[in-house]
Design a protein around this ligand. Structure first.
Ligand code: VGL
Ligand code: ZN
Length: 199
């Protein structure tokens, strides 16, 4: 059965020196590039926010990065401004073999809703279209790698498993933000949804 490698958000802002740097975020890149030959399809996701996005702390008076806020769709962590459309921080890391991608899916472009998952925005309803792309290509098995384990990889993997895809997350090819136990919670949620965690 056709399989796909889904590379989540390996962008400058999530790598050391970036606006929302994930520790060791760039260390996974050689491994991800080396995996690409083992899949029928390679899909990259790109966090892609307009200026003033509602997930940015700077858009909310009196709020600081990593504060929480209640949005109409649920609780939302507020982030430093990151991955602004067209800015260098939103570009894929130069070391990533982005030329190998069959498909690049952008997310987080809706000013009012964040989108951690590659499948649905954070309202868990609005689709990105990735499911249709995978199904029309006959892809049933997904391996998810990238940044960050506890946010975008986590939400993408859980949604994919709920949609019925066979999902594996090799954790060595991911790195986490890990705030307030978020990595442990993400691992439990992924395992609970039937995602296979590998080293
Ligand atoms: C991400 C926080 C905000 C991620 C994206 O890629 O995990 N995290 N936007
Ligand atoms: Zn984001």
């Amino acid at each position: 059965m056709p399989n796909a490698l889904i590379v989540i958000d390996v962008q400058n802002d999530f790598c050391p020196g970036g606006a929302l740097a994930v520790g060791g975020g760039d260390q996974i890149i050689p491994q991800i590039n080396a995996m690409m030959g083992n899949f029928d399809a390679i899909i990259l996701t790109q966090d892609w926010h307009p200026q003033g996005h509602s997930s940015f702390a700077s858009s909310h008076a009196g709020k600081a990065p990593f504060d929480m806020i209640d949005m109409p769709y649920g609780a939302q962590v507020l982030w430093p401004d990151h991955c602004v459309q067209g800015m260098d921080g939103a570009s894929f890391h130069a070391g990533l073999n982005a030329d190998a991608a069959d498909m690049i899916i952008r997310k987080g472009y809706n000013p009012d809703i964040d989108s951690y998952s590659a499948f649905f925005e954070n309202d868990h309803k609005t689709p990105t279209g990735l499911e249709g792309y995978l199904r029309t290509r006959g892809i049933t098995s997904l391996t998810m790698v990238g940044l960050a384990t506890d946010f975008c990889v986590h939400f993408s993997a859980v949604d994919a498993a709920k949609l019925g895809f066979d999902v594996t997350v090799p954790e060595g090819a991911c790195r986490a933000i890990d705030m307030d136990g978020s990595l442990a919670a993400a691992r439990a949620a992924m395992q609970g949804a039937g995602v296979k965690l590998e080293s």
